[in-house]
Design a protein around this ligand. Structure first.
Ligand SMILES: NC(=O)c1ccc[n+]([C@@H]2O[C@H](COP(=O)([O-])OP(=O)(O)OC[C@H]3O[C@@H](n4cnc5c(N)ncnc54)[C@H](O)[C@@H]3O)[C@@H](O)[C@H]2O)c1
Length: 448
């Protein structure tokens, strides 16, 4: 099948590569000409395990190509995916300007029947807006062309995106016509050969499903972080509580790890957008609002522990940071807790030496570009050379079982602030460390 994917970011590029891997003829379009030029040379703009070889292979065999020109390409295709960003607008709502600008371009140029698919995360009602934007352009041109607008939200996880896309838990299809549902099934059947994974529903419910899923996961995280904060107050250990509650299959172990909060390109903006949608419909979404409030506070729990240990003024202190990305397996730093924590420590006068396996370039050149007193080093131990403490902020595998003797020797003082509770199973007190974690009272740090 001929497919066009508009927007070549984390979702668009992964979707395009995976569709081409299944033998489809895919063109990925983006307005960022440098990105497209690089992709045509085989230079992949993001880090995502397994993505590079898949793109290179399909580029070479001609199943996949990249272009900045939407006009001719969208018309070659049977299905056009919109996978552009829907960032947080100033008022917290999803900013639909990129989605609607793509819709306008499609309306300006389409000349045959198309299935247009919203893969971007968009609030309920967006499919109607896309439809109206396309129709408006068709009317201006005085032409009548049939088209469908389908909602097909994406559930891939950065860091595991290729596997998630190739073997989806479910494929949500929100559509109004049998023709569109059939086309979508044709496209997705190869991804669910062992058993059918399609869930077809009305368009509004499909749009809402994505927000409900992200809000649920964010709720689990904030719930556990709140429990962890209470644990610290009462002298309980959140890690033991986690194991205790996770063993209940109704609760499960996923997304209940205490830590320094959720970040990334999806949860923060999607939780906010859902609150905004609710308020636009005169509903005060109290639970979702609290999920966000707990998360905002949680990002600074580690900074507050550092203040308790070293005092308010951190001048003359250097901290070695392990991990910048919002989670392991990605170079994405959008809304990463590390950004908030580093800025807070710098504001209190500290210096930072940071190491991340994949996200240092994006930190240096973009997110922390204007922040002085942050240096970037080539290894985790180098980050700790003569530092006053190590702070773990992303649970990359290479941080899970470090050489603690080496780490202690590098640090000026053997102190670890563990923002992801990775080391509570090691007896760090016996290894000579002062150890601070989330959800366990600091006074117990020597007996962890
Ligand atoms: N990143 C994730 O893990 C993830 C997962 C599921 C859903 N989503 C959703 O998918 C959507 C895309 O997210 P992303 O992380 O891939 O975004 P991204 O910012 O990585 O990529 C968006 C791309 O769209 C391009 N673009 C913008 N306007 C364009 C236009 N008019 N024509 C062509 N290209 C244009 C940009 O240049 C950019 O390359 C969002 O709605 C997001 O919420 C993201």
């Amino acid at each position: 099948m001929k497919i066009t994917v508009i927007g070549t970011g984390y979702v668009g590029l992964v979707s395009g590569a995976c569709f081409s891997e299944m033998g489809n003829n895919v063109t990925c379009v983006d307005i960022d000409s440098e990105k497209i030029e690089n992709l045509n040379k085989g230079v992949i703009p993001i880090y995502e395990p397994g993505l590079e070889p898949m793109v290179l292979k399909n580029l070479e065999c001609g199943n996949l190509c990249f272009s900045t020109n939407l006009n001719s390409i969208a018309n070659d295709a049977e299905i056009v995916f919109i996978a552009v960003g829907t960032p947080m607008g100033e008022d917290g709502s999803a900013d639909l300007q990129y989605v609607l600008s793509v819709a306008k371009s499609i309306g300006e140029t389409m000349h045959k029947k198309l299935v247009i698919v919203n893969k971007s995360t968009v609030p309920v009602g967006t499919a109607n807006k896309v439809k109206a934007a396309i129709q408006q352009e068709l009317n201006k041109r005085n032409v009548s062309i049939e088209f469908d607008v389908v909602s097909n939200p994406e559930f891939l996880k950065e860091g595991n995106a290729i596997i998630d896309f190739m073997k989806p838990d479910r494929v949500i299809i929100g559509a109004e016509s049998d023709y569109a549902i059939e086309k979508m099934k044709q496209l997705y059947t190869p991804f669910s050969m062992s058993h059918e994974r399609f869930i077809c529903m009305d368009v509004s419910s499909a749009e809402m499903t994505k927000y409900a899923a992200n809000a649920m996961l964010a709720t689990k995280i904030s719930f556990m972080n709140e429990i962890a904060n209470i644990c610290e107050k009462v002298g309980a250990d959140a890690n033991q509580v986690r194991i205790g509650i996770g063993s209940d299959s109704r609760i499960g172990y996923n997304f209940i790890y205490p830590g320094c909060g959720y970040g990334g390109s999806c949860f923060p903006k999607d939780v906010k957008a859902l609150m905004k949608t609710a308020s636009e419909h005169d509903y005060n979404a109290k639970l979702i609002t609290s999920v966000e409030e707990v998360n905002d506070a949680q990002k600074l729990v580690i900074a507050n522990k550092i203040e308790t240990r070293f005092g308010e003024n951190l001048k003359d202190l250097t901290f070695g940071i392990w991990g910048l990305a919002f989670k392991p397996g990605t170079d994405d730093m959008r809304e990463a807790p590390a950004l908030y924590i580093i800025k807070e420590l710098i504001q209190r006068g500290a210096k930072i030496k940071a190491y991340d396996p994949k996200a240092m370039d994006v930190a240096k050149n973009y997110y922390l570009k204007d922040i002085d007193n942050v240096s970037y080093v080539q290894s985790k131990y180098q980050a700790c050379e003569n530092a006053d403490a190590m702070i773990l902020l992303t649970e990359w595998k290479e941080f899970r079982s470090p050489d603690f003797d080496k780490l202690r020797n590098e640090l000026k003082t053997p102190i670890i602030f563990d923002g992801r509770n990775q080391y509570n199973m090691f007896n760090l007190a016996n290894k000579g460390f002062e150890y601070y974690q989330i959800g366990k009272a600091d006074k117990e740090r020597f007996t962890n």
